[in-house]
Design a protein around this ligand. Structure first.
Ligand SMILES: C[S@@+](CC[C@H](N)C(=O)[O-])C[C@H]1O[C@@H](n2cnc3c(N)ncnc32)[C@H](O)[C@@H]1O
Length: 210
């Protein structure tokens, strides 16, 4: 996907007001400026911000159409991917969970700069987030599926929708959780990379639990 195709993809999905385009542009500028102080995104993706980061994150939103009301919790948010993009494009409350101090500061600065009043930042480990009932949980490049589910199951109910971009290893990771976890899991192709996949799941629970 080229950068032009990426912007066209966004325009085709949503009637994006000019102010929202400006926030996406501003977020990209903040990410690139932040790279002077910390490693927020892979250096090799600097020239593909729209395809590799904005659309790669935004493509989760259409899956969330039928999710219940409530918070979207983004695990291991890093520089805010996908959480900040989701918050720019939707009004749903978003909680960004991140444990590294410099990234926590960056996320707080971005949320304030972009006036994203519906974003909150939890600075700490996912395992220490107080029990919650997320409508949606996302995680991009945070942890392999078994560790991801172990660390975050206390943030979910059976209605929680899990949206987990998983690169090229999705099927293997799914196999790894089958002995321990049950739920309605399926795999969707990524629009930014046909060889990458997004694990979409609900009704996730540990086997043997009621
Ligand atoms: C590879 S980065 C991915 C960041 C972002 N989601 C993205 O796709 O660009 C993984 C992030 O997860 C954070 N992280 C790893 N384990 C964590 C944990 N147990 N609790 C909170 N954050 C964690 C790291 O500090 C890092 O910022």
């Amino acid at each position: 996907m080229t950068e032009d195709e990426a912007r066209s993809w966004i325009a085709a999905q949503w009637d994006v007001p000019r102010e929202t385009w400006a926030k996406l542009e501003r977020y990209i500028a903040l990410l690139l400026a932040g790279m002077a102080h910390q490693n927020l995104i892979a250096e090799s993706t600097r020239d593909q911000m729209w395809a590799r980061h904005i659309v790669d994150s935004a493509q989760l939103l259409p899956f969330a159409k039928d999710a219940t009301d409530g918070s979207w919790i983004d695990l291991g948010s890093g520089a805010g991917l996908p959480g900040i993009v989701v918050a720019i494009l939707s009004g749903r409350p978003v909680v960004l969970v991140e444990s590294r101090r410099k990234r926590i500061n960056f996320l707080s600065e971005v949320a304030a700069d972009l006036r994203l009043g519906h974003v909150s930042v939890f600075g700490g480990r996912v395992e220490t987030v107080p029990t919650a009932r997320a409508a949606i949980i996302s995680a991009r490049a945070y942890a392999p599926l078994p560790r991801l589910l172990d660390s975050a199951i206390h943030l979910s109910t059976e209605k929680t929708l899990w949206l987990l971009p998983k690169g090229r290893n999705a099927e293997n990771e799914l196999e790894a959780v089958r002995p321990t976890w049950q739920g309605a899991f399926h795999v969707e192709r990524s629009v930014t990379d046909p060889e990458s996949a997004i694990v979409v799941a609900h009704s996730v629970k540990r086997k043997g639990r009621r």
